[in-house]
Design a binder for this molecule. Structure first.
Ligand SMILES: *[C@@H]1O[C@H](CO)[C@@H](O)[C@H](O)[C@H]1NC(C)=O
Ligand SMILES: *[C@@H]1O[C@H](CO)[C@@H](O)[C@H](O)[C@H]1NC(C)=O
Ligand SMILES: *[C@@H]1O[C@H](CO)[C@@H](O)[C@H](O)[C@H]1NC(C)=O
Length: 245
């Protein structure tokens, strides 16, 4: 009798644990909503844009990458939200192309889709837009007097504006100056949510091991490989739309 109980417990444990063991990428615990400052992006990539609000870069699970290569992107599945996608999630390099969305879907969306709440292209892209509007990063900065300007800000002013509003730690990334430069340029801001889409700190907790993939992440399609966490002691440039763009 006792040995049967032990065997049952053992098997139950095995079946509960084994999927996670076999496919560690199945389980993500948070999503990273990544925002791009288009003027900084275009300084690096040599594109031109007059967009003066933060745009979406992606909605990334903290674990997993290219989870289902046979789940093809199909623009007609998100037809109703295309105008919003074009406005708030633009491909700054190729404004008329859907390649950027396709890339984000295949790399990150197919992994996010492990959750029922995100298990279709329409759910995935609409949720990203919904979170983007809810967090409204451009307004949060503006309301704290952080606006694109030729004047520089302290990093502390930028961080305080963001943290005091959201109440969680975000990841604020800059392009660092060339050797000898004194100013870093604000480029990307990541806001993190848990599986229920509630705000949480972006930094890893001791309970959690982040995948290397996320820590080293740089999406080649969207460049930005030279972005890294801003330096706390260096002034920040938040570039405005050039007068003649
Ligand atoms: C930005 O450029 C687009 C396309 O050329 C134009 O339609 C739009 O009016 C411009 N917006 C601003 C604020 O200048
Ligand atoms: C991958 O996506 C295809 C197409 O949507 C689907 O039929 C298949 O079940 C998916 N595979 C997995 C492992 O989720
Ligand atoms: C894309 O989705 C539409 C609508 O569901 C469908 O009719 C079409 O066949 C799909 N296209 C491809 C290439 O799968």
């Amino acid at each position: 009798m006792r040995s049967i109980t032990v065997a049952v417990l053992f098997c139950t444990g095995y079946f509960l644990l084994s999927p996670a063991f076999a496919h560690p990428w199945r389980e993500w615990t948070r999503l990273i909503l990544t925002h791009t400052w288009p003027q900084t992006f275009c300084n690096v990539e040599q594109c031109k844009t007059n967009i003066s609000y933060w745009t979406l870069h992606g909605l990334w699970p903290n674990s997993g990458n290219m989870c289902n290569s046979s789940w093809h992107f199909n623009e007609s599945l998100i037809k109703d939200i295309l105008p919003e996608m074009e406005k708030f999630w633009p491909d700054l390099l190729m404004p008329l192309s859907s390649e950027f969305w396709e890339y984000e879907w295949l790399k990150h969306g197919t992994c996010a889709a492990k959750a029922e709440s995100l298990n279709s292209q329409h759910k995935y892209f609409s949720k990203a837009l919904e979170l983007y509007h809810k967090f409204d990063l451009s307004s949060v900065l503006r309301n704290h007097q952080i606006v694109p300007s030729e004047e520089h800000y302290t990093f502390d002013a930028v961080e305080t504006a963001i943290t005091s509003f959201y109440g969680v730690k975000t990841k604020i990334q800059c392009i660092h100056p060339q050797k000898g430069g004194q100013v870093q340029t604000l480029g990307q801001i990541e806001i993190c949510v848990d599986q229920d889409f509630q705000l949480i700190n972006c930094e890893k907790s001791s309970k959690e091991v982040w995948s290397n993939e996320i820590l080293l992440q740089s999406d080649p399609v969207s460049g930005h490989s030279d972005l890294s966490v801003c330096d706390h002691s260096m002034p920040v440039y938040y570039p405005p739309v050039p007068h003649r763009w």
